[in-house]
Structure formats: C-alpha cells, structure tokens
Design a protein around this ligand. Sequence first.
Ligand code: COA
Length: 381
Amino acid sequence: MGGQNSFPIGLEGIAVAETVLSKVDGAAGRLIIAGEDVENLAGRASFEEVAARLWAADGEPPAAHEVQSALGRARQEAFLSISSLGDALDAADAMDALRAAVAHLTEEARAAGPRWAAAARITAAVAVFAAAWARRRAGAGPVPPDPSAGHARDYLSMLRGSGPAHREVDALDTYFVTVVDHGLNASAFAARVVASTGSDMVSAVTAAIGALKGPLHGGAPGPVLDMLDHVGRPERAREWLGSELGARRRIMGMGHRVYRVRDPRAFVLERAIERVQAAIADAAAAPIAERLELARAVEREATSLLAAAHPDRALRANVEFYTAILLEAIGIPRGLFSATFAAARAAGWTAHVDEERRKGRLIRPSSLYVGPVPRGRAGPT
Ligand code: COA
C-alpha cells in the first residue's frame, strides 16, 4: 500500500476490466485461456485454434483453417512491406526493432474480411518482422513466408531458411499457446489503456510491445540463460544465487505478481522440453538434458533461498524460467526470446483491444498529489 491514503502500489489485486479471454488464479496456480485450462490446450490445440477462440471473444469462433489462411496471407503482405520499413529492423535490440516496424502498420478498415482481420494482420506481421530482424542480425536476407504453413512452423522456417523438424514445430506451437494470453498483464493493460481512448489497434500493440520489453515482464528469459551460463554447474547454484541476492539483485524467472505457487506454465513448458529431448537421438539430446538439469538445480536453490529471504511471499519459478530452456532447445537465438513471445502474445493483445472497444470505457485513473501546494491562490481573474 502506498501513502497515507492507502492504495495498492502497482495496482496489485485491483480488477479494472471484465474479460472472457483468460483467468489467472494465483492461489491455485491455475490458468484458463478461452475457457480451457492451459494444460489441456498446450500441446493439443494449435495456436490458430486458440487465436480463433480469443478473436471470437464471446461469439462463435472462426474455423482454425480460416485463421491459418488469414495469417498466411498476412505474413506475405508483411513480408512485402519489409523494404518500406526504413531502418526499423536495424536496431540492435529485437524489441526496439519490433516496436519500430509494427509502428509502420496501419489498421485500415477493409470492406471485405472478418472482424478479426486486423488482429490477424498485426499478429502475422509481428512474426515476420521478428524473424527478419534475426536474419538481418545474422547477416542474412529475409526468408519469404509459406502462406500454407502454420504460424509456429513458418516462424521457424523464416528464421532458418529451411524446414524445421516436427518436434521443433510442436514445441514452439505449445509455447505459443501457453503464452498467448495471461489476464491483465502489464502489456495487455497497456494495450487496453490505449484502446480505451479510441485509438487504433496498431498504436495499442506498439504500446504493448514497449511494456513487454521490460525485464520484469517479457524481457526475463534472455537473462535466465545468462544466469545459467554464469552458474555453469549445478553445485555452484547456491553460492552464485546467494551472492546475487546479497547484492539485492533479482533472480530472473523467479517470482510473480499473481501466482503464489509455481506458475502452471512452467510445468507445461518443462514437459514440452522433455518431449523435445525424448524425440532426438541421445547424443543430440545431451546438451538439452544438461541444461535442464542445471535449470532444475538453479530453480531448487533459488526457491529455497527466496523462501528464506521472503517467508511471507512465495517466490517460485515463473513462465520465463522454462521459456528460456525451451526456446534455446529449438535453436531460437536468445536476443530473440522476447520478440518470439510477442509473436504469440500479439493474438492476446489484439483480442484485448477488441474486447476493450466493445465493453470498455476510457481508462483514466487518478493519482494522489503529494507535492507542495502554493499558499494564497489568487483565484481566477
Ligand atoms: N528475485 C529476488 N527477489 C525478488 C524476486 C526475484 N525474482 N521477486 C520478488 N522479489 C522480492 C522483491 O525484491 C521484494 O523484496 P522487498 O520486499 O525486500 O523489497 C519482495 O520479493 C516482494 O516482491 P513482490 O511484491 O512479490 O514483487 P512484484 O509482485 O512487484 O514483482 C515480479 C513480481 C515478477 C516483477 C518479480 O517477482 C520479479 O522481478 N521477478 C524477476 C523478473 C521475472 O522473472 N519477470 C518475469 C515475470 S513473468
């Protein structure tokens, strides 16, 4: 709580919107996305099926194949626009590049097409721009999309220039579904605030990208891998983490504003990593197994040290912890982790924008002024 007129700092526990998109139950460690528990969706429903449900909101969802075709066409359209993005994709940081590139889009009204057409165009463009940025950083040209492929498969193909293995597509699709929406997280809230002013969907998504970039939100998985690299071996975990906490630095991938138990998405992603590992030959799986062993040791020690330091606040592994291991296992470069998150979350952001427009009212909270008040106001003349 803050100040003499108490209010929850960071709006903790304050509901500011009604939504049918997703529900986060922090005490039970339960996440419902579009009416289904995340464990039942991830690995079973495709990204397109889940996006269809989110974009339909409380109406009848479009067929997944319609969404897949719309995303495919939109990827082609976004790919053709790359040459007109100026230096947007030259930024050193993927999220800076994404923010600048997405800002070039427009949400023009089109006579033909479903209500969710703009959401599909923006979501597809995020994936195309993220992949093109990574190619450029690697000194390679952009790879044209395959409009008939799914969002996850084509993202990997556009990154590599060659077809990914089935296990990799399955893992990325599972990841995309797992992170597609998550209640009123900071970036969805940012998007809703912009949408509530009557502004356009591109502006709302641009704001959301800015919010996602922060290390307390979507910027954590890269630093999680940096942490594992620093720790190096499981037996060094406790000492390394202890010195970080001693220096009052936060352990990335640990803690959550809402969950008071382990993030349910950490379980889902941990299982997805095990599936990738099981699907490849022993020798190739060894580095993944080693990473996983190290990650589990770091999580164990971090959980124990954080419990001792904060006995009143359960700080457990969050989604970003195992995101880092999963994305690394399927060859996504670490500088692209947050942008890959955005390639899925864009479907959630656009669904929030649509919902806000249909149900919301200008979001305009107030602040408590704690500055000086001049004496003897003369009054209007
Ligand atoms: N490492 C070390 N200490 C942490 C911590 C972490 N990961 N997360 C929270 N804490 C500490 C805070 O510093 C605070 O300590 P204090 O009371 O001595 O100041 C205390 O725990 C309570 O923090 P809390 O109120 O729960 O934090 P929050 O709700 O404002 O923050 C996060 C939630 C996610 C921002 C926070 O846990 C965090 O920074 N995690 C690391 C970044 C991360 O993984 N982000 C991805 C989130 S999905």
